[in-house]
Design a protein around this ligand. Structure first.
Ligand code: GRF
Length: 203
């Protein structure tokens, strides 16, 4: 069976990109990363693309007058790379409705909370302030609303009494890498269907 060709979009550290690259390097993994794009040239994650020999480029949103222009450039480059699917991995740009429509059900994101709780930024701080006993991460399909969309995988971590944003964030990040790998496998093996806001998986 041919592998699902994936583009990964990043803006920073790139630990989720690395987790996906490692996953794709394991025998019989059903996806391959064919392109990496960062909107920031300082993104540390670009070094992983280089290390793993995956074509990468920087497309700065600052070079475009409008969000729509930037998104169309992204679209063209992703198409040209041959990618059929997109993983957002710490990509700090909101995608326009037009882009989301063009890639309907073909873009997923990882968010560091158990959605629908704690959307937006500083999710570990939000969780600590809220006093929840469990926290985690979510891989979901991207829809026009931010941090929404059908959920594919969630992983849970306990919140400990002496947790700080850093300790909780680190525990969560380990689970992110597991969750993203699992979600990409399910997607690439086509062992899911989307029914409204729900993803049903099997296998
Ligand atoms: C992760 O916590 C991810 O959930 C969020 O941004 C962070 C990116 O981290 N969307 P990294 O760049 O993958 O290390």
């Amino acid at each position: 069976m041919s592998k699902l060709k994936v583009a990964v979009l990043i803006s920073g550290r790139g630990s989720n990109l690395k987790a996906l690259l490692d996953a794709c390097d394991t025998p019989n993994f059903p996806a391959e990363i064919v392109h990496v794009i960062s909107n920031k040239k300082t993104a540390k994650g670009l070094r992983y693309a280089e290390e793993y020999g995956v074509p990468y480029e920087v497309i700065s949103h600052k070079d475009f007058a409008t969000r729509a222009d930037f998104d169309m450039e992204l679209h063209e480059h992703i198409k040209k790379s041959g990618a059929e699917f997109i993983c957002l991995a710490g990509f700090m740009r909101v995608l326009s409705n037009k882009f989301v429509d063009l890639w309907k059900d073909k873009v997923v994101n990882i968010h560091p909370s158990l959605l629908p709780s704690f959307k937006g930024v500083d999710t570990h701080k939000q969780a600590l302030e809220c006093g929840v006993k469990y926290h985690g991460c979510t891989v979901h399909f991207v829809v026009p609303d931010i941090d929404s969309g059908p959920i594919i995988v969630q992983e849970v971590v306990p919140v400990l009494d002496d947790d700080t944003e850093e300790t909780l964030g680190a525990r969560c990040l380990e689970k992110e890498h597991i969750a993203y790998r699992r979600a990409l496998r399910t997607i690439a093996e086509k062992k899911y269907k989307i029914e409204g806001n729900k993803v049903i998986t099997w296998g």
